[in-house]
Design a protein around this ligand. Structure first.
Ligand code: CDM
Ligand code: ATP
Length: 293
């Protein structure tokens, strides 16, 4: 049964609205070690970008969490927004439910963190709509149980990341244009982190090293050797700028200071590749919208 949720007037406006779940790029990624549980210790620069999935939450008065429409190839029990909403209910004892409508624009297995961002938007928005009053820190800890990339989206600002990506320090980056190619393959993050040849002992760097141009991604060598499509995408994008891998891929990107140059490269590549033109965002579009509420 759908509820009219009259008990929380402050939340009414947020129901049935569209909430953004932005993507991220890893502008640099070093693997500096491995924890006893197998997870890898990283140093990374997360830049949030303005490509988004969109989520709408419909209140249910019964104890039920469901998706309006399933994502092809993802079982509802594995789907990250459903898992996030259930985790919130379990953690707080909230008795009601929600039906989640997800407009999926971000490619899966692309290293853009789309599923993680969907989960983060679910945690942040339901915390508000259900009036649960968990702190941002508590939501980040809950998010980490769903995936290493969830905390950055709850944090909601471009950041320097350490640990497994959950130790975050806000940074302000130039909001440049970004051209992203999605090669025709899904890279399995777990498979890359398990690969024998993966570099796991990079020396730690400082922010100043990144600013001076250390943009390397330790996953690039292994990903390009296992996925020729990624190697080809890097080659194609390199004609227009310095092509880099985000996360464990599959997406590769180049930074453009000049909008016209970015648009020209986009036009040249789009006949052969799935390409996205985006802009860096220091503050997450999710928090921009929340601030306007
Ligand atoms: C590569 C990045 O996207 C960089 O931002 C993230 O580190 C990956 O984050 P994610 O996709 O949310 O990853 P998770 O869903 O937490 O983990 C997927 C799998 O990758 C491995 N994994 C992930 C993150 C990490 N720091 N070390 C790992 O070894 C683990 O085997 C895990 O089973
Ligand atoms: N809402 C969701 N959107 C996308 N994928 C989801 C979702 N829920 C569960 N998944 C599962 O999570 C996997 C990873 O999806 P995601 O879009 O986060 O990949 P990614 O961009 O490579 O992430 P990352 O950068 O965090 O490695 C998918 O292959 C899919 O099986």
């Amino acid at each position: 049964m759908e509820s009219n949720v009259t008990e929380n007037p402050a939340a009414i406006a947020g129901w049935r609205e569209k909430w953004p779940a932005p993507a991220k790029l890893n502008l640099m990624l070093k693997i500096t070690g491995r924890r006893a549980d197998g997870y890898h210790l990283l140093q990374t620069v997360f830049q949030i970008i303005d490509l988004c999935d969109w989520l709408t939450f419909h209140p249910l008065s019964e104890d039920k969490v469901c998706l309006q429409e399933q994502i092809p190839g993802v079982a509802e029990t594995d789907e990250l927004t459903v898992r996030a909403a259930k985790l919130l209910k379990q953690h707080t004892g909230y008795a009601g439910g929600v039906r989640i409508e997800l407009e999926k624009n971000l490619p899966m297995g692309g290293g853009l963190g789309g599923g993680s961002s969907d989960a983060a938007t679910t945690l942040v928005v339901l915390n508000r709509l259900w009036d649960l009053r968990l702190s941002q820190q508590q939501l980040m800890q809950l998010g980490l149980q769903l995936g290493a990339d969830v905390p950055i989206f709850v944090f909601g600002h471009s950041a320097w990341g350490e640990g497994v990506g959950e130790e975050l320090q806000a940074i302000t980056l130039p909001e440049y244009w970004l051209l992203i190619i999605k090669p025709d393959c899904h890279v399995n993050t777990r498979q890359i982190f398990l690969a024998e040849g993966l570099t796991r002992n990079s020396a730690s760097i400082k922010m100043i090293d990144f600013i001076a141009g250390d943009y390397s991604n330790d996953c690039t060598a292994i990903v390009t050797s296992m996925y020729p499509e990624v190697k080809n995408a890097i080659r194609a994008l390199s004609e227009f700028g310095e092509a880099r891998l985000t996360g464990t891929g599959a997406c590769v990107f180049a930074v453009f200071v000049d909008e016209n140059a970015a648009r020209a490269a986009y036009a040249a590549l789009q006949s052969e590749w799935v390409v996205y033109l985006a802009r860096g965002q220091n503050q997450s579009p999710l928090y921009k919208k929340l601030d306007r509420e």
